[in-house]
Design a protein around this ligand. Sequence first.
Ligand code: NAD
Length: 488
Amino acid sequence: MSAAPETPAPLLINGEAATGHGPILDAIDPATGRVSARYQTATSADIEAAVKAARESFARGTWRDKKPHERATVLFEASRRIAEAAEVLAHLQMSQNGKTLKECRTQAKAAAATFRYFASVCETMEGDLTTPRGDYLSMTVYEPIGVVALITPWNSPLAMEAQKLAPALAAGNSVILKPSEITPGTGLALGRIVCEAGLPPGVLNVLNGTGLAVGDPLVRHKEIGMISFTGGTATGRAIARIAAERLIPVALELGGKSPHIVFADADLDRAVDGVFGGIFDALGQSCVAGSRLFVERPLYRSLVDRLIERANALMLGPPADPASGQGPLASFAHRERVEHYVELARADGGRILAGGARPEDASLSQGAYYRPTIIEGLANEARACREEIFGPVLCVLPFDHETDLIKQANDSAYGLAAGLWTRDISKAWRVARQLEAGTVWINTYRELSIATPFGGMKESGLGREKGRQGVRLYASTKSIYLSLAGGA
Ligand code: NAD
């Protein structure tokens, strides 16, 4: 294991390393509790410098005015370089949020693929010639907004950061990325790689620091023309209030409490795999985690027994060890939050069928480990069923009738994702159309593609990222009428 570097990593402003004058931020490895790396953070003066660099780069037009195929060339090169650095990036993420090396590798590759995808979109995107209702040509063009703030969470930073950087840059904006203070490393590393791929100075800036010290002033800054945020619903709501006051666009990817439904006619083996992975892959630290399980009563006992068996057998261990099924939670504070919810569930009459405790293995005592937990006996109204725990906690509830099931599944403030298992395709379609969720999986779960729009209904967010239209999230729509009358 490498020692934490003596010199904290600087910010990235105007294409260069820049001193951050705020307090030093320690990234803690949640598998060991030790400092894995140190980072400089931004003060208001540093934020000013980054905004100025971004605004001036936008005004110079060195990126904005490039032809889309020229921008695409840089994004393709960024993709190539990210793929080349995938192993380093994966280790970096693992050392800051404790996800298994396997998952971090997948996300590093996904970050490269995201840049490749949006490079292709950039190269092929078109404006529209709209149907005229008079003697004119009417066109709609999509123009960059200006300086865009991108604010990201800690759970899958490589994926989230690439998912915002690539389309925002493809659209021609200048950007400021504010990574989570739990995982300050990947955003900075990605930022450097993308700048070195050929971005003009000032187009991409990275400011580390806390939400209050750096995120909030960025959102309020008068030169920021749009905010793209992924994180918790409470933070998203606070950001949306400021954006509303400033009348600037905001894209919000927020929390979830996704219902996962198994009908009695489901393929049991596949459903067990899907439900188990849907909550315990990434230890529930996934916005789409299927954390409320509804099982049709005839299948309830056999399915829940299989899940208990799997949960008890899941091997927790160092995230770099291929033998570890899962690593620690992302931080010690987060483990306390998860524990608090399990206590609440107990107090509400929940029966803990698996987990509900830290592992007994003494070799894991220095890390933020927590056992996969299954709870039954709670009503859908209990706090553990209503609020996002964002941890390895599955609440199981039996159901008898489809109508009642849909009512319960939709009885949530959130609407990010949902899953259902059945062999009856008509039922699958009928139920999928009634679920209030931005993504519904049928006989699969947690399948995600950069080519498919993603986002939430209700308190899970506003706007859709990904897909070809994902670039338009970061663009202003302008309509132009060109008169054909008068001959001159
Ligand atoms: P968080 O809301 O605490 O923080 C997210 C980011 O916002 C961090 O960079 C943080 O520093 C910053 N921030 C905090 N307060 C701010 C403020 N007042 N103004 C501006 N920025 C501020 O979320 P988290 O704990 O880092 O991440 C977990 C949450 O993210 C969960 O709720 C999860 O569901 C959500 N999430 C959603 C998606 C999605 O696509 N819908 C994906 C991943 C995670």
